[in-house]
Design a protein around this ligand. Structure first.
Ligand code: ZN
Length: 503
């Protein structure tokens, strides 16, 4: 067989795996939007079957043989070639998938489903004891999962590597230590200033009007509705069902403006990344965002760097006021801008402002590592959580509902490897935006005129179109000309919040 026909055969196999996953995404999307509760059991079975079939096809030794045979030829095409990237990334996925026994995957996914089921009731009941034995097993299984991967400096590097290729516990710890040293004095300075008034965000904001307004904004961003749609859900997410079909889900509350609007901008940021990938990569493992951190950088960039900026609202505030007649009449744009950027230490990570958000991530990262390392017993987690929230944020959770039970992480999958990407995304979002501002001299003026085409084109050229062709460090280096750095992020926070709070 010629190399070209081997490559064609590999692509055909990969396309089928991608189609199986796409079918799973369709069922998952439906499950989270329109499925009646009665469908839960059969849907769980259907999803498990599709993911097993996809896993079996990916771990087929025939794929391994094709990859071995193609590797030298693909490398000879040049490291930057699509062929070399395809073989490199598929091999990484193949090696990862084949290292873990299918029976373990089955055990882990059954345990995750059972834990999620118990957590769903335990949170409203404030019943940590109900999930404790399950979480103990989750910690065991997470250690076991890490153990299937090659040994590295820290036993849990493997779990981080699954979300962020090449990232390690040591690298994340170093970044977080540096970031914390910059954040803590900023938070203290803000707390010494009068609290911002955000009462204008609570009022009568009919859901349907919010949805129309948010849709107008994300259409202007460039989210393509001929290749996407928006539906309602309990916990907003973005999902790609296949080429030309990248959907977002949102939720709106009639009595609150910011929740629905900013989560829509956030999910649209994820979706535009997926919509911007080069169609030539379709059907291969390259046809998706490169890592969880880079993905999050794109959602945070549109949500925060653009959507919570003053230039953005100089353009959009008049249309917003017009959409809700009478509600914001006596609120000027500066007051509104201060309200949507209010910094206040809080209990729930997903509701935290830009400045305190990262402390929530660091707390989760440290606590989960302590559980994995065995220095923190699961039984002691709620107390450890309370102590940490109090020392870091100066607030005290009244119960575990707003503490160790607050979100589905840890109760629907493994412990370890997810949280770092939220903060890495924040750091990268500012680094990318600073580089875009350097390249597009009029960026602020464009945003202030409601003109997002140049920014989107910049992101498409530097980030979106490559999909998984490059790793996160490579994307950062290529897009900004520098390695990952927290300096642009701290500069962004200090400038923005310094002006907002008169520091
Ligand atoms: Zn996100």
């Amino acid at each position: 067989m010629t190399r070209e026909s081997e490559l064609a055969l590999l692509k055909q196999r990969l396309q089928e795996i991608d189609d199986l996953r796409g079918a799973g995404s369709v069922l998952g999307w439906d499950q989270a939007t329109y499925m009646p509760p009665g469908g839960a059991e059969s849907r769980g079975r259907q999803l498990a079957l599709l993911s097993r079939l996809a896993h079996e096809r990916l771990t087929d030794p025939g794929i391994g043989r094709l990859l071995d045979s193609l590797e030298p030829w693909a490398e000879a095409q040049g490291t930057d070639s699509d062929a070399a990237a395809l073989v490199r990334v598929t091999k990484r996925d193949y090696d990862r998938a084949t290292r873990v026994p299918a029976a373990f995957i089955q055990r882990l996914s059954e345990h995750a489903a059972a834990t999620y089921h118990v957590w769903e009731r335990a949170r409203p009941d404030n019943d940590f004891a109900a999930v404790r034995p399950l979480l103990e097993t989750t910690v065991e299984l997470s250690r076991e999962l890490a153990g299937y991967h090659p040994p590295s400096a820290h036993p849990y590097d493997a779990l981080i590597d699954l979300a962020e290729d090449g990232m390690t516990v040591a690298a994340v710890r170093a970044l977080f230590t540096e970031l914390r040293a910059g954040l803590v004095p900023l938070i203290e300075a803000i707390r010494a200033r009068p609290e911002a008034d955000d009462s204008c965000l609570n009022g009568k904001f009919p859901e349907s009007v919010q949805q129309v307004f948010a849709e107008k904004v994300i259409r202007a961003f460039g989210y393509d509705y001929t290749r996407g749609r928006q539906d309602k859900t309990a916990h907003p997410f973005m999902t790609k069902l296949g080429r030309g079909d990248v959907r977002i889900t949102t939720r709106y509350r009639d009595d609150c403006l910011s929740d629905g609007l900013f989560s829509t901008l956030h999910e649209a940021g994820h979706a535009m990344y997926e919509q911007g990938i080069d169609d030539a990569l379709d059907g291969t493992p390259l046809f998706s965002g490169t890592t969880a951190g880079v993905h999050e950088s794109q959602s945070r960039l549109w949500e925060n760097l653009v959507g919570r900026s003053l230039p953005f609202w100089r353009h959009w505030y008049a249309p917003l006021k017009a959409a809700f007649p009478g509600v914001l009449d006596h609120v000027d744009v500066e007051t509104f801008y201060r309200a949507i950027n209010k910094v206040i230490p809080s209990l729930i990570r997903t509701e935290a402002d830009e400045v305190t958000y990262n402390l929530h991530v660091m707390l989760r990262f440290d606590l989960e590592l302590a559980m994995l390392e065995g220095t923190l017993a699961v039984a002691d987690l709620p107390d450890a959580w309370r102590a940490r929230v109090q020392s870091d944020l100066g607030v005290m959770p009244p119960d575990d509902r707003d503490g160790a039970l607050q979100d589905v992480h840890w109760y629907g999958g493994i412990v370890g490897g997810a949280f770092q990407s939220y903060t890495l995304g924040n750091i990268m979002s500012a680094q990318f935006f600073a580089a875009a501002r350097r390249d597009l001299a009029d960026l602020d003026k464009q945003v202030g005129a409601g003109e997002f085409g140049p920014l989107r084109a910049w992101l498409t050229e530097r980030i979106y179109r490559h999909g998984r062709k490059y790793t996160a460090p490579e994307i950062v280096q290529r897009a900004t000309g520098e390695p990952l750095s927290i300096a642009p992020y701290l500069a962004y926070l200090n400038t923005k919040y310094g002006a907002l709070y008169g520091l």
